[in-house]
Design a protein. Structure first.
Length: 108
């Protein structure tokens, strides 16, 4: 097995955070801070929203903006597969979420 990728000099191949990785632009999205990150997908975002909720602001977004994003994520997921959304709500409200306000909000 070849392990050169561990020791290969990558100084010239670093990509700044404000640019997408060359060749992987279709997999990445730009975040609120201006940096690029990999797109988690609708189902991972739904699970994150259900488990963490939107009660606390973040450095780059307030509670209201986070809640609006949560609502649009839930609506998009329900349009795609309502049964899976119900399963995700059950998963989150089985003691895994920080509190049950986000799963209840999604259920409503």
């Amino acid at each position: 097995m070849n392990y050169k990728f561990f020791t290969k000099n990558t100084k010239n191949k670093k990509t700044p955070q404000n640019k997408a990785i060359p060749g992987r632009e279709s997999e990445m999205i730009q975040g609120r801070s201006g940096g690029y990150m990999f797109d988690a997908g609708i189902w991972q975002m739904l699970r994150r929203c259900l488990l963490i909720g939107t009660a606390q602001s973040t450095y780059y977004a307030g509670k209201r903006e986070l809640t609006e994003d949560f609502v649009s994520t839930v609506q998009e997921a329900v349009a795609e597969n309502p049964g899976r959304v119900a399963e995700e709500i059950l998963y989150a409200s089985d003691g895994r979420a920080i509190n049950n306000s986000a799963p209840i909000f999604a259920l409503v």
